[in-house]
Design a protein around this ligand. Sequence first.
Ligand code: SF4
Ligand code: SF4
Length: 84
Amino acid sequence: MAYVIVPELCTKDNLCFEACPEACISPAESDANYAATESLFINPDGCTDCSACVIVCPSDAIYLADDIPAEYNDAIARNKAYFN
Ligand code: SF4
Ligand code: SF4
């Protein structure tokens, strides 16, 4: 299991990026592709389910894969695809 970010709900305020102890949220604001990337994403291979990102997200944009609202189910594949 891993947490995923729902792109439609993310405002790119970077609070989760700063809170993640595993550095598995991308892109960084300093990355060349930051402006063109629709939201931040969580690398499922690095996420330890610590939930530190969930606590700081003011937009309720981060869900465990099993708990994503049905209308946002493609967020799982979109988070994974960003890192492929
Ligand atoms: S649950 Fe923890 S490890 Fe996973 S993305 Fe959030 S802060 Fe990082
Ligand atoms: S804390 Fe929430 S709204 Fe902010 S960048 Fe992360 S997922 Fe997006």
